[in-house]
Design a protein around this ligand. Structure first.
Ligand code: ZN
Length: 452
């Protein structure tokens, strides 16, 4: 068993810093009570790694390529057509190259666990690969190469709208029936370990008929797995749900499923005050992806009311228009400031620091959403940590009271210097051992995809 004993001036501990005196022990990939190893000083400020609760890895390759105005009014739905066209040619080797590059970027930015909401299951025209899990396995391989923890969420995607219409030609690659989907989960379940967790995902209410949702959630393989769903990202989606089911998406889900702490409602953007309150009381996590939601023109989540109601939240980089927990949390707060014309919105009590509230809530909600014991520098938790660059001018003269706010709100130079995941240093002095090779493979794939 490999032992390490690490020392820092300050360790992040539940809503703030505590003295790092005494150090922190690591054994067999987890934090431990004690270690016989000699102490190694790693830096001044050490934080738990951040879970990223929502990712569609393949979309990384088209980030920045849909920012030119189309013939009509651009919206989420026109962006989706561009994304589908791009996805068309991706095969499992491409997926692995794109995801490896992305996951390395994530680790360097401070994410140490990613929930991959994976729906690109099959080959062109929906023909399954010889191994129907080929795409899932490519993602698992990519996470292993990057050294990031993976919560793999194969997605059940069946219909193209609330009326139950069939998927269009481009969407055929996403399709499974409940039987095929359960077979995929059963194939993947034995692969789970400390760095790989399986979960269940329903694409959205419009893509999964009610009977299918019930049938799936009643199967044994789903028991104890995290459950994720896209819920209310778009006003159009809310209106369609109202017309078809007589209720708004969050309202309908809370009325028809046992939503509890296992659930993550991704893009719970459009909520009434009543839905906000009800969702907060379930113990589920609201999955917020501020840079993607801004990029797609989705709308803004009622953050202050949700925090006041005791709601749980986490962050995701989703379309990967940005891959940085700093930027997600910064824009989560800035969106609210622009909307309310007030400052320090996430801090609900006098003297509270916005950075502290957001970092801690995203850690707690992200770990719950991913279904893994991470996000704590405490015995038993997987040994994930970030060492901040205390030589950066951005942190000059910053102490316990303001380092987290400066980390999240000041400048745009990366401040995550070293990253450990599962007891292994993956990033040292801003460099990841696999980054050069991964970037080369990624470039080759994207050049081919863009030329196609
Ligand atoms: Zn999504």
């Amino acid at each position: 068993m490999s032992h390490q004993k690490l020392a820092a001036d300050y360790l992040w501990h539940d809503r703030g810093w505590r003295s790092g005196e005494g150090g922190i022990a690591v054994a067999a990939g987890r934090f431990a009570d004690a270690s016989p190893a000699p102490e190694e000083r790693i830096g001044r400020f050490v934080l738990p790694g951040m879970p990223n609760l929502h990712s569609h890895a393949f979309q990384r390759a088209m980030a920045g390529m849909a920012e030119r105005r189309g013939p009509g009014e651009d919206s989420f739905w026109t962006w989706r057509e561009t994304m589908y066209a791009f996805a068309e040619a991706i095969d499992p080797d491409d997926m692995k190259a794109i995801a490896t590059q992305l996951y390395i970027e994530m680790v360097k930015a401070g994410y140490t666990q990613v929930c991959e909401f994976h729906y690109l299951h099959h080959g062109p025209r929906g023909v399954p690969y010889a191994d129907p899990a080929a795409m899932s396995l490519a993602l698992i391989e990519a996470a292993r190469e990057a050294g990031i923890g993976l919560t793999l969420l194969p997605v059940l995607y069946m219909t193209g709208g609330f009326d139950g219409r069939a998927l269009n030609e481009r969407q055929q690659r996403f399709r499974n029936d409940v039987g095929q989907y359960v077979a995929l989960l059963e194939r993947l379940a034995p692969l789970q370990n400390d760095m790989l967790r399986l979960g269940v995902a329903l694409h959205s209410l419009r893509a999964v008929p009610e009977e299918a949702m019930r049938a799936l959630l009643a199967t044994g393989v789903c028991r104890d797995l995290p459950i994720h769903i896209h819920i209310a990202e778009q006003i159009g989606e809310v209106q369609d749900c109202l017309a078809a089911r007589g209720a708004r998406p969050v309202e309908w889900l809370l009325d028809h499923a046992d939503v509890d702490a296992r659930w993550t409602l991704v893009h719970a953007t459009h909520l009434t005050p009543h839905e906000t309150d009800r969702l907060a009381k379930t113990g589920a996590v609201a999955g917020l992806c501020p840079t993607t939601e801004a990029n797609l023109g989705d709308g803004l989540f009622p953050l202050a009311a949700y925090i006041d109601a005791g709601g749980k939240l986490g962050i995701g980089s989703d379309s990967h228009i940005s891959v940085s927990p700093v930027e997600e949390l910064r824009w989560l707060e800035y969106g609210q400031r622009l909307l309310t014309r007030h400052r320090n919105v996430a801090a609900r009590r006098p003297e509270e620091s916005v950075g502290t509230v957001l970092w801690q809530r995203a850690l707690d909600g992200g770990a719950q959403s991913a279904g893994v014991n991470v996000a704590r520098l405490a015995p038993g938790s997987r040994a994930d940590m970030l060492v901040l660059d205390d030589r950066s001018p951005l942190l000059a003269a910053r102490g316990e009271a303001d380092v987290i706010d400066s980390f999240l709100f000041a400048g745009n130079t990366p401040l995550v210097r070293d990253v450990m995941v599962g007891g292994t240093w993956r990033v040292r002095d801003f460099a990841h051992a696999a980054e050069t090779r991964a970037a080369e493979a990624y470039r080759g794939v994207v050049e081919r995809l863009v030329a196609a």
